[in-house]
Design a protein around this ligand. Structure first.
Ligand SMILES: [Zn+2]
Length: 101
C-alpha cells in the first residue's frame, strides 16, 4: 500500500480543545477471523499548526515500528496488524509461506 493510502486509512487528526490530536489506527485480532481496530493518540499539535506540519506528523507515524512494518518479501509497508510477525506481511505469508489465515 502506498504512503498516501496508508496515511488516509490509518492516520487521522482530530480537533480537540487542547489542540490537534494525531492518531493512528491499530488493528488487532482478538479472534482469528475478526479484526478489531482502535485509534491510538500519538501526539497533540497546536491548533494553529500549518497544514504541511500536520502532514509531516501523519507521515512520521508510518515510520514508527510499533504501528507499521515493512515486509521483506514484497517490500510493502503494512500496518502492524497485517504483518505476520516482524518481517513478513500476512499476504506474503499466505501466498509464499503457506500460512493459512
Ligand atoms: Zn509482503
Amino acid at each position: 500500500m502506498n504512503h498516501d493510502r496508508l496515511i488516509q486509512q490509518f492516520t487521522r487528526v482530530k480537533a480537540r480543545p487542547d489542540g490537534l490530536r494525531v492518531e493512528c489506527q491499530v488493528i488487532s485480532w482478538p479472534h482469528p477471523s475478526r479484526p478489531r481496530s482502535r485509534w491510538v493518540k500519538v501526539e497533540t499539535l497546536a491548533a494553529n499548526t500549518p497544514e504541511e506540519e500536520i502532514s509531516a506528523a501523519r507521515l512520521r507515524l508510518l515510520k514508527m515500528p510499533r504501528f507499521f512494518g515493512v515486509c521483506w518479501m514484497c517490500r510493502e509497508r503494512q500496518p502492524k496488524g497485517w504483518m505476520h510477525g516482524e518481517r513478513v506481511c500476512q499476504a506474503c505469508a499466505e501466498a509464499k509461506l503457506g500460512v493459512v489465515y
